[in-house]
Ligand binder design. Sequence first.
Ligand SMILES: Cc1cc2nc3c(=O)[nH]c(=O)nc-3n(C[C@H](O)[C@H](O)[C@H](O)COP(=O)(O)OP(=O)(O)OC[C@H]3O[C@@H](n4cnc5c(N)ncnc54)[C@H](O)[C@@H]3O)c2cc1C
Length: 457
Amino acid sequence: MYDVIIIGAGPGGIFSAYEFATKRPDLKIAIFETGSPLEQRKCPIDGKMVKSCIRCKTCAIMSGFGGAGAFSDGKYNITNDFGGTLHEYIGKEKALELMEYVDKINTENGGENTKLYSTAGSQFKKICMQNRLTLLDASVRHLGTDINYVVLENLYRKISGNKNIQFFFNTPVRFLEVIESGYRVHYGDAFQDCKKCIISVGRSGSKWMEKICDDLDIHTKSNRVDIGVRVELPAVIFSHLTDQLYESKILYRTKKFEDRVRTFCMNPNGIVVNENTNGIVTVNGHSFEGEEMKTENTNFALLVSKHFSEPFEDSNGYGESIAMLSNMLGGGVIVQRFGDLERGRRSNKKRLEESTVRPTLQATPGDLSLVLPKRILDGIIEMIYALDKIAPGTANDDTLLYGVEVKFYNMEVELDENLETKHKGLYVIGDGSGVTHSLSHASASGVYVAQKIMDEI
Ligand SMILES: Cc1cc2nc3c(=O)[nH]c(=O)nc-3n(C[C@H](O)[C@H](O)[C@H](O)COP(=O)(O)OP(=O)(O)OC[C@H]3O[C@@H](n4cnc5c(N)ncnc54)[C@H](O)[C@@H]3O)c2cc1C
């Protein structure tokens, strides 16, 4: 009988485990993870033999120690303005306090020389306001993909150094059973029992999470999906913003429909990457802290949120269908020059080769207007012109748009202020709960629940 079983070793699960390992090393803990240990996570795309996603059964980018965040840019945003709604459950002050605590752990474990950026006092707030744009408040610790990896290695060493903590890698949990003394966690043909169970399965575990909620009669509600493109342009065009803020979260309200379009996940001097969610290839971005890994481009997403009302509930299914269209037409991600989109023609190899912006992701030149719904595309085009006013050059013909970028959100699981389900001792944290959508919020939720459990045991 374990005291606690954690399902999923992404940031949520890791920060719970770290809290137990450092504060209550006497507790017997097991961590189940579908993917591999950090050093064994390897995406087969090498640019030579394997050029694009081959849809592995377990995606090495999304699964394994470190979760979806392991090869991410490691941007820990300390804010209640975006990244999740943790503050609605635990209060704004507590949420910020925990995000700062997570930042302290990261800087004590390899991130000490990384920079903390802040929007406080930035002159860009006014410039944005003058152009129908809103700059959201945040502090952001940019670890970078390389330092993020080092921090994860150090956290793993500390957690696994505790003899009472056992990792089960390459071991997806099949289902959970409520038993008298707690929970029975089934995997392969075996099971383990625990008093308390923390589920932290992230986005890759969204379908599994829905099934568990069905099995255990836990109420869920449908969430939103964000759809858009990843923009790539020369880094100098955004350097005045990225040098000061690193990542700027900017909102735009469209003139035509009053829809909200926002920037998301800005990667100065970064690269555009494929992302595989449940076999569907979408686009994302990274950047590195080390100078030698930097590119001459900056990338960021422009996303439009879609919320659905009755009778439609499958917001993720809607996003998947749009992503599937790009996969159908382009065999994966499609790339298009902004100038070609504006002229109503597809991009092709020749036009891309003549372009001044060198793509950092090998994607299929095509036509995004055949993929994205008109209203979404109109909003994105409007925002590109609005951004052009604060960062002239954004609306250049050679700016590249990759599609589609989809942010899938998990169904929101019904939880109380302890992030506990209606079953006592069963907690759901991180992106799998639908409450968080970011490294900092997911990690903070992990610390929070570990502390709640330690208060009880
Ligand atoms: C390319 C990329 C870049 C990103 N960049 C940033 C960024 O810079 N800043 C930011 O804030 N956010 C970023 N994100 C989002 C961030 O990674 C997530 O918000 C964060 O990882 C969520 O943490 P989590 O622990 O809730 O879930 P995850 O990190 O998704 O981890 C869940 C883990 O659970 C495992 N799992 C799932 N089902 C099971 C099961 N049945 N049994 C056992 N294990 C299971 C999975 O294999 C996975 O390892 C990025 C995401 C991607 C993909």
